[in-house]
Design a protein. Structure first.
Length: 249
C-alpha cells in the first residue's frame, strides 16, 4: 500500500500541475517562484513589529519594541509571530480555504510559512502547538478546522507536540467578524476551555497557539487568559495573516 501511495505522490508532484495559491499559474509547487519572492521581500519579518502582539511599530514605539496598546493594556499572551499582512497576497488563499472549503490551499499556505518563517522558528522552544478551535457545530458545517489544517503542516521542532483537540470552543450565536475590540472581548468571554484530559499535562508548559488571521487580537487574548488561568507558563501566537492596524478600544 505504501508503494502505491509513493507512486501516486510522485505522479501528483511531477506530472499533475499545481496552481500557485497567489497567481493561479500552473506549475509544480503550490507557490510559484515569483510570488514566493514577492511574499518574502514584503513579509512582516522585514519590519519592526511589536514583540507581544505582532503589529508593525510606529517610529516612536521602536525603542520599546512594544506598541503603545500593549504597554498601556498588556495582553495575556507573551509573543506573536506573523507571516504577512492580511491586506496582501495571501488573503484570497485563506478565503478559498475557509469559505470555499478548498483544502488544498492549506498545503500552499503552510508552504509559504515554511519557506519564509521556518528558518527563524525551527528551533523555537515550546511544548505544545494548539490551533484556535472551532465549536463542534462550526466544525461539522465547515468539515475541518482551517487553523489545524495549516498548523499540522508547519515545520517546527519535533519536540513540539501538535494537538488539535486540547483547546475547545463553545458554540456562540453572535457573529465574530469585525466590531470594536471591547464588543468582541465581551462576545468571546468564557468561550474557550481546555479539555479535561489536557488540564494536567499543560501545567507549567510553553504553548503556541496557531491562528489563520489575527485582527483585534481579542480571540487570541481570551485563549491566552484561559491558558494562563490554568497554569500554562508561556503563550506564543503563531499567526498567518495580521491586519495592519488593530482598532483601539
Ligand atoms: Zn504565483
Ligand atoms: Zn503590541
Amino acid at each position: 500500500m505504501r508503494f502505491l501511495e509513493k507512486i501516486f505522490h510522485s505522479i501528483s508532484t511531477h506530472v499533475l500541475p499545481s496552481a500557485c495559491i497567489v497567481c493561479d499559474q500552473h506549475q509544480e509547487s503550490s507557490l510559484c517562484a515569483g510570488c514566493l519572492h514577492s511574499l518574502r521581500v514584503e513579509s512582516l519579518i522585514n519590519y519592526e513589529c511589536c514583540y507581544q502582539c505582532g503589529i508593525t511599530l510606529e517610529a516612536i514605539e521602536l525603542s520599546e519594541q512594544h506598541c503603545v496598546q500593549c504597554i498601556n493594556d498588556p495582553p495575556y499572551f507573551d509573543e506573536t509571530y506573523c507571516l504577512d499582512r492580511y491586506e496582501r497576497v495571501l488573503q484570497n488563499a485563506v478565503h478559498q480555504l475557509k469559505y470555499q472549503k478548498r483544502l488544498a490551499y492549506a498545503h500552499g499556505l503552510a508552504s509559504a510559512w515554511n519557506c519564509i518563517l521556518s528558518k527563524q522558528l525551527r528551533d523555537y522552544y515550546a511544548d505544545y502547538l494548539l490551533p484556535v478551535p472551532l465549536s463542534t457545530q462550526k466544525l461539522s458545517v465547515r468539515g475541518f478546522n482551517q487553523s489545524w489544517e495549516i498548523a499540522r503542516r508547519l515545520d517546527c521542532s519535533p519536540n513540539i507536540r501538535k494537538i488539535p483537540y486540547a483547546l475547545k470552543r463553545h458554540h456562540h450565536a453572535l457573529p465574530q467578524a469585525g466590531g470594536k475590540l471591547s464588543i468582541r472581548r465581551l462576545a468571546i468571554q468564557d468561550m474557550f476551555y481546555i479539555d479535561d484530559s489536557y488540564v494536567e499535562p499543560l501545567q507549567n508548559k510553553r504553548v503556541i497557539i496557531f491562528d489563520d488571521v489575527m485582527t483585534t487580537g481579542a480571540t487570541l487574548n481570551e485563549i491566552a487568559r484561559v491558558l494562563k488561568d490554568n497554569g500554562i507558563s508561556h503563550v506564543t501566537n503563531w499567526v498567518l495573516l495580521r491586519t495592519t492596524k488593530a482598532p483601539h478600544v
